[in-house]
Design a protein. Structure first.
Length: 672
C-alpha cells in the first residue's frame, strides 16, 4: 500500500523494521562514539553473508580486485592475473551469473610500481578503468595515466595525463549527476608532485589537463556526490599528512575550497587514504594510522558545511592491518558506513549505522586473504571482493553482506488493537510477577464467569505511534553541468506535531508527473535531521512529482500519511538572454535597433513552447515597469526592437509560454 495515495497508515512488517534499523542517521557527532577494542576472530558475524563465489577461477595467481555496482544492483569486477606479466581481467554478474573472466589490458612494464588500477562504474553500468604504466610517450618511455572504458567491449587505452616527466598514483570517479568522468593523479616534474586532473564530459570529449591549486600531494583519491560536487583527499610529507578539499564544479580548476587538514601526522610512511561520500554532501575519509603503536584503520567525517568530526579508530585491534588493503563504501541514501581491511590473513568489516557494529571476520579460515574492495548498491546491499590463497593459488572471491547487523523480532505484523475477548484488571506490576488478583472476564458467549486467580496474563492495549508527514515540500529544478540531464532538489520542514516523537527517517517518493498517484515509489530514505534530498541524473524529457512520509523510531510505529506533493514547474524561462544595439543609417535619418536574443532552455524538453514574450523597461525604472512589447513564435530566438530613442537605455526579460498557456518566470535581464 502506498501512503502517497491512501489515508490510512501502513503498518511496517518485521522485515521492513530490520531494514529501517539499518537506515539510522549517521549523527554528526559519530566520531565521539568510540568502538570497543576487539581482537580479530573472536566474534561471529553480525551480518547476513551470502556464500562466496570464486569469480577468477584461474590457474594463475590473481590479485588487486576492484569492484563497482550499478543502479540495478549488478556488480562489476576487475583484477590482475599473473602469467608471465600482469594482465587485467573483467567479469560481471549483470546477467544474474558471473561471466567468464576476459582479459582486456596488460601492463607493459612488469614491476611493482606499474599498474595501480582504479575502477568506477556509472549508474547505468558503464565500467571505467584507470592505471599507470611505464610506456612510450613522445619518443621516450615514462609513467602516465591510461584510461579504458567498456562500450560493447573494452576500447583501447588512452593516455590522459600526457606527462613527459611522470604521472602516477591516482584515483577516478563517475559523476552520478551527469555520468561525466574524472581522474586525478600524482604529477611528477616541476613543481614536483602537484595534483593533476582531467575531465571527460558526458558526450565523451576530454577537457584540458588541470593542475589543481591546492599544493603538492601524494596518492589523491576522488569521489562525487549526487549534486556533482567532487570530494578529494590526498597526502603530503610522504603521505603522512592528509588534506581534504571539495569543488561544486570540478571541471573548473579554480573553485576548489581551501584545503582542510585531516591528519597532521599519521605515524606511518604511507597512509593510503580512501574516500567516499553520501548524497547530502558529507565525505568520509579513512587511512592507515600508526599513532597508537600498531597499524590501525582510522576514520574522519567532513560534513557538508565543512565541519570536521573527530578521529575514530575503527579497527581497534592489537595486530597490524596489512599495508594498502583498506576500503570504504557509503550508502548514498542514508550515510551508513562500511569499512574493510586485511589483517593477519583475514578480511575484517566494521559498519556504522547509528552505532558501531562488532568486528566481523568475513573470511575466518586458515587461508591467507588480502586486497579487498567494497561497493554499496541503491538497495543498501554491500558487495565485497577480495583475494585469497587457495591451495597455493591466489583467487578472487565475491560475497554480499546485509545492510546492517542481523536482528531477531518476535513481534507480529498485525496492528495492535484492543482485545474484544476479555478485559483483565491486575495488581501485578510486571508480566513475570505472581500476585493475587481479581480477574473479571467477559466472554463472547452468553455466560459470564467471575474468578479469583493467583497469576495473571494481561492483555495489553496500545495505540501505535504514527507521526505526521513533513510540511511545505518545495522542489527546485536545475540543469546539470552537461545540460543534458537535470537535478531535482526537494526540501521540506519538520512538522511541529512530531516534536515529542523520536523519528527515524523521512522517505522520499517519486513518480512521473503525468502518471497516477498509485505509481509513487520510494527512491530514498534520509536521516530525520535532514530536510533535503538531491535527485540527480533526471531525464529532461520527463517531469516528476515528489512526496514525503515520516518514519518513527519506535519499531512498532506506523508510517505517516503522505505529505503534500511537490511537482516540477511547468515551464522554465529561456537561457542566455542578451542584447546588442545596431544603428540602421540612411541618408536622412538613423534608426536605433536593439536585437534581443536568447536560447531554448533544455528543461523545457518535456513541453511544447508556442511563444516567447518579450518585456521591456527603461534603465533606472523599477522592475514593476516592465511592459510586454512583443510575442514571437516558439521556434524564434531573436527579436528586433526598432525605432528606439538614442537618449534612453533599455532592459529586457523574456518568458516562455507553452501550449497550455502557462507562462514561465522571467529570464535573466538583457541589458543594452
Amino acid at each position: 500500500m502506498n501512503p502517497m495515495t491512501i489515508e490510512r497508515p501502513v503498518r511496517r512488517t518485521a522485515i521492513s523494521m530490520i531494514i529501517l534499523v539499518g537506515a539510522v542517521l549517521l549523527i554528526s557527532a559519530f566520531a565521539m562514539v568510540k568502538p570497543q577494542r576487539r581482537e580479530p576472530g573472536k566474534f561471529t558475524a553480525p551480518f547476513e553473508i551470502t556464500p562466496r563465489v570464486n569469480i577468477s577461477n584461474s590457474s594463475s595467481n590473481s590479485d588487486w580486485p576492484l569492484l563497482g555496482v550499478d543502479d540495478n544492483g549488478a556488480a562489476y569486477a576487475v583484477w590482475f592475473e599473473y602469467l608471465r606479466n600482469r594482465k587485467l581481467y573483467f567479469s560481471t554478474n549483470k546477467s544474474g551469473q558471473w561471466t567468464t573472466p576476459a582479459q582486456f589490458e596488460q601492463i607493459y612494464y612488469d614491476n611493482e610500481e606499474s599498474g595501480w588500477p582504479w575502477f568506477a562504474v556509472s549508474s547505468s553500468g558503464i565500467p571505467h578503468v584507470t592505471l599507470h604504466d611505464y610506456r612510450p610517450h613522445n619518443g621516450d618511455i615514462t609513467y602516465n595515466i591510461y584510461y579504458l572504458i567498456y562500450q560493447n567491449g573494452w576500447l583501447p587505452a588512452v593516455n590522459v595525463s600526457s606527462n613527459d616527466t611522470a604521472s602516477t598514483y591516482h584515483g577516478c570517479a563517475v559523476n552520478p549527476a551527469d555520468n561525466s568522468f574524472y581522474v586525478v593523479w600524482q604529477h611528477e616534474g616541476e613543481p614536483e608532485r602537484t595534483i593533476g586532473l582531467r575531465y571527460k564530459s558526458p558526450s565523451g570529449s576530454w577537457g584540458a589537463i588541470q593542475t589543481l591549486p591546492i599544493g603538492t600531494g601524494y596518492m589523491p583519491q576522488i569521489t562525487i556526490d549526487a549534486t556533482g560536487t567532487a570530494h578529494l583527499v590526498w597526502g603530503t610529507a610522504w603521505g603522512t599528512t592528509l588534506w581534504y578539499s571539495k569543488n561544486r564544479t570540478p571541471q573548473s580548476s579554480n573553485t576548489w575550497t581551501q584545503p582542510i587538514l585531516i591528519k597532521g601526522d599519521a605515524g606511518v610512511p604511507w597512509s593510503y587514504p580512501k574516500i567516499d561520500c553520501d548524497n547530502f554532501g558529507n565525505a568520509y575519509l579513512i587511512w592507515e594510522d600508526g599513532t597508537q603503536g600498531n597499524r590501525e584503520i582510522f576514520l574522519r567525517k567532513v560534513s557538508n558545511d565543512g565541519t570536521l568530526g573527530g578521529e575514530v579508530n575503527v579497527s581497534q585491534t592489537s595486530g597490524n592491518s596489512l599495508e594498502n588493503t583498506l576500503a570504504v563504501a557509503v550508502n548514498k541514501a542514508n550515510g551508513n558506513i562500511y569499512i574493510g581491511w586485511a589483517e593477519g590473513g583475514e578480511i575484517f568489516l566494521r559498519t556504522f549505522t547509528g552505532t558501531w557494529s562488532e568486528l566481523t571476520n568475513l573470511t575466518n579460515n586458515t587461508a591467507d586473504s588480502n586486497m579487498l574492495s567494497l561497493a554499496v548498491d541503491r538497495a543498501g546491499l554491500l558487495h565485497v571482493v577480495y583475494a585469497e590463497s587457495v591451495s597455493g593459488n591466489w583467487e578472487i572471491f565475491y560475497q554480499t553482506v546485509s545492510s546492517g547487523p542481523t536482528t531477531t523480532s518476535t513481534s507480529t505484523t498485525s496492528i495492535p488493537s484492543t482485545s474484544t475477548s476479555s478485559t483483565t484488571t491486575s495488581t501485578a506490576t510486571t508480566s513475570t510477577s505472581t500476585s493475587t488478583s481479581t480477574s473479571t472476564s467477559t466472554s463472547t458467549s452468553t455466560s459470564t464467569t467471575t474468578s479469583t486467580t493467583t497469576s495473571t496474563t494481561s492483555t495489553t492495549t496500545s495505540i501505535p505511534v504514527q507521526p505526521k508527514p513533513p510540511l511545505n515540500p518545495f522542489l527546485d529544478t536545475r540543469l546539470d553541468a552537461s545540460q543534458t540531464l537535470k537535478i531535482n532538489t526537494i526540501v521540506w520542514q519538520r512538522n511541529p506535531a512530531n516534536d515529542n516523537l523520536e523519528l527515524l527517517e523521512y522517505r522520499v517518493w517519486r513518480k512521473r508527473a503525468n502518471l497516477s498517484d498509485s505509481d509513487f515509489s520510494v527512491i530514498a530514505a534520509v536521516p530525520a535531521t535532514t530536510f533535503q534530498y538531491v535527485d540527480g541524473g533526471r531525464s529532461l524529457s520527463e517531469k516528476y512529482t515528489y512526496g514525503l512520509t515520516t518514519i518513527p523510531k519506535d519499531p512498532y510505529g506506523l508510517e505517516s500519511t503522505g505529505s503534500e506533493f511537490a511537482t516540477e514547474i511547468v515551464t522554465f524561462p529561456p537561457l542566455n538572454a542578451a542584447c546588442r544595439t545596431v544603428t540602421n543609417s540612411s541618408l536622412f535619418r538613423s534608426e536605433k535597433i536593439n536585437i534581443v536574443s536568447w536560447k531554448r532552455n533544455p528543461l523545457n524538453e518535456a513541453i511544447t513552447v508556442i511563444q516567447y514574450n518579450i518585456y521591456r523597461k527603461k534603465a533606472g525604472q523599477d522592475d514593476s515597469q516592465y511592459q510586454r512589447i512583443a510575442a514571437v513564435a516558439g521556434y524564434a530566438f531573436e527579436y528586433q526592437d526598432r525605432k528606439l530613442s538614442f537618449n534612453e537605455k533599455y532592459h529586457y526579460v523574456i518568458t516562455t509560454v507553452d501550449t497550455g498557456g502557462y507562462e514561465s518566470a522571467r529570464s535573466s535581464t538583457a541589458i543594452e
